[in-house]
Design a protein around this ligand. Structure first.
Ligand SMILES: C[S@@+](CC[C@H](N)C(=O)[O-])C[C@H]1O[C@@H](n2cnc3c(N)ncnc32)[C@H](O)[C@@H]1O
Ligand SMILES: O=C(O)C(=O)C[C@]1(C(=O)O)C=C[C@@H](O)C=C1
Length: 247
């Protein structure tokens, strides 16, 4: 994985462009996500552990919005169920290209890993195969709000009995005091990870038009409306959380 530090927002920009998963972001992405998302390494590793409990024989495990394939790699480290294969999907050509390079490197080192297919495509246009695990790790927040329910409905329809959707997201909070406190603590987390006030402010302008977090209550209601029977939060660190949704 690239070790290049994220300095994308370190210099004052005359106008901060909307955030995009382009070549510049791809180069620094492992550093950026680790320094920006509290609990990210714990979520990714345990997503593999959880997936191993839900994986069903001869089924597909989806990593939707796979970026550089961190979740795919965790699935491959933990899932040992017969006949499973991973399909990783991302619509950023730059992410997909680098992800394929990383996974090919892994393939050449370990022969017993689950087969993986990396697809460059829009998850909103995906024809889902019968799946036992679907991971949406910090991806739904980048999908247009009006598309989210239908996407979750299609995922629910594809899930086999015994399977699960694992959904990780940045949260907003309906209680204004709670929202302000956790937002301030998230900024303190970024500062502690070496981001300057300028970097924090410019990143915030870059993502505000493209990333629209929901509250935990909105997630729960939408997942139930999409046909899931049970929603179980299994992790929260500051304003970032991960949920298990059962079919
Ligand atoms: C924050 S990143 C996900 C991080 C990754 N899952 C991980 O755990 O390292 C969001 C990803 O979703 C992808 N994405 C956003 N909208 C998408 C869509 N409609 N279809 C496919 N991928 C999408 C972006 O290109 C980006 O790589
Ligand atoms: O909320 C923020 O400030 C973030 O940087 C979050 C977040 C995310 O949750 O995906 C946004 C974009 C980058 O992909 C990395 C982290």
């Amino acid at each position: 994985m690239s070790k290049e530090p994220d300095r994308l927002f370190a210099q004052p920009l005359p106008q901060v462009p909307d955030f995009a998963f382009n070549e510049d972001v791809v180069r620094v992405f492992p550093d950026m996500i680790k320094r920006s998302v509290p609990g990210y390494p714990t979520i990714v590793e345990n997503l593999g552990v959880l997936a191993a409990q839900f994986a069903q024989p001869n089924s597909v495990l989806y990593d939707l919005g796979s970026s550089l394939g961190a979740v795919t790699q965790a699935l491959r480290r933990h899932v040992r169920t017969d006949g499973c294969r991973v399909i990783a999907v991302d619509n950023s050509a730059a992410m997909v290209e680098r992800c394929r390079e990383y996974l090919n490197g892994q393939d050449s080192m370990f022969q017993e890993l689950l087969p993986v297919e990396v697809v460059e495509g829009d998850i909103l246009a995906l024809q889902f195969a019968p799946a036992s695990v679907v991971a949406l790790n910090f991806t739904l927040q980048f999908i247009a709000p009006e598309e989210r329910l239908a996407l979750l409905g299609r995922i629910r329809q594809s899930l086999l009995p015994g399977g699960a959707l694992i959904l990780s997201e940045k949260l907003r909070f309906n209680d204004l005091e709670e929202h302000a406190l956790l937002t301030d603590l998230h900024i303190a987390f970024k500062r502690a990870n070496g981001y300057s006030e300028l970097e924090i402010a410019q990143k915030r302008s870059a993502i505000e038009n493209v990333m629209k977090p929901d509250s935990l209550e909105e997630h729960r209601e939408r997942l139930l409306a999409a046909g899931f029977s049970k929603v179980v939060p299994w992790f929260q660190c500051l304003n970032f959380a991960s949920l298990i949704a059962l079919p």
